[in-house]
Design a protein around this ligand. Structure first.
Ligand SMILES: Nc1ncnc2c1ncn2[C@@H]1O[C@H](COP(=O)(O)OP(=O)(O)OP(=O)(O)O)[C@@H](O)[C@H]1O
Ligand SMILES: [Mg+2]
Length: 264
């Protein structure tokens, strides 16, 4: 039998996530309207758009966190690599380990800094040495090791808000995901911590596929490799950052990204 041919351009990295004809609704209110998009692996894709345009809903659909919301329904297809997120993952825990999520407000659990890092590995049999290694690796990857190596057993709540957000990133990294879904990860931290997290996101994108929602258009200009502009549940335009922030972009995209205004 003739093998299926896949055309992949030399410049375009393979897609880590492919969304096809995807719609989502809360009850009978359709908030994502038949969108298609793709996210290349090992890069930062910023999701931009006005409040209520469906950015968080889309992000939360990618690892099916919204499955737990009463009345939430979807149509269409989302693939992570070769696997359909709906049909390919009977165990959503496995999907959520593959595509870890970090929320706008740092969500640290009661317990120590180390316990927070290891939270997602509770079911696994790990020796003390393995736990210590994973804790150190994850905190180093999240650029937090130097700040906390001397107080791993201190309560996580004693960290600053910026440090707590990096701890949440360390916790997501500990379960060895391929994808990080970040919903306004710097919205609740000060500008200096925000820049540190931006630098961290850029560094992590060498090894992970990152999708980040942000309202900060200038931040997207600094960290995005690609941008997707969503408005009223529709993808208006998507493409490489330089295209999206240039005069070549569609007028509506330009108005939002360059003038920070949307008339929808
Ligand atoms: N649990 C829910 N139940 C009902 N409607 C919801 C729910 N969550 C979100 N919505 C609605 O879905 C639409 C999209 O919301 P979503 O949170 O995805 O937008 P967003 O682009 O992330 O906005 P923001 O930038 O303000 O965070 C909004 O109209 C919102 O009110
Ligand atoms: Mg949101």
């Amino acid at each position: 039998m003739k093998p299926e041919l896949k055309l992949v351009s030399a410049q375009t990295p393979p897609a880590a996530i492919t969304v096809t004809d995807f719609s989502a609704a809360y009850g009978d209110v359709n908030v994502i309207k038949n969108i298609s998009l793709s996210v290349p692996e090992k890069s930062v894709t910023c999701l931009l758009g006005p409040s209520g345009s469906g950015k968080s809903t889309l992000l939360r659909s990618l690892n099916r966190i919204n499955d737990d919301v009463a009345g939430f329904t979807t149509k269409g297809d989302i693939h992570i690599g070769e696997s359909c997120v709906h049909k390919g993952f009977t165990d959503v825990t496995r999907l959520r380990a593959k595509a870890g999520m970090v929320f706008q407000t740092p969500c640290v659990f009661p317990g120590s800094i180390a316990a927070n890092v290891l939270f997602g590995l509770k079911g696994r049999k790990l020796s003390k040495i393995e736990k210590a290694q994973i804790t150190e690796q994850s905190l180093r990857a999240a650029a937090l090791w130097k700040d906390v190596s001397h107080r791993l057993s201190a309560p996580a709540s004693t960290l600053s808000v910026g440090q707590q957000q990096r701890l949440c990133i360390a916790r997501a990294l500990a379960v060895t995901p391929d994808i990080l879904l970040l919903d306004e990860p710097t919205a609740s931290v000060d500008p200096v911590s925000a820049r540190e997290i931006e630098t961290l996101i850029k560094t992590l994108s060498k090894d992970y596929t990152i999708i980040m929602v942000t309202h900060d258009v200038r931040q997207a200009g600094r960290v995005a490799d690609r941008a997707i502009f969503l408005c009223d549940g529709e993808v208006i335009e998507q493409g490489p950052r330089d295209h999206m922030f240039s005069k070549a972009a569609l007028p509506k995209t330009r108005t939002y990204l360059l003038e920070e205004f949307c008339d929808c």
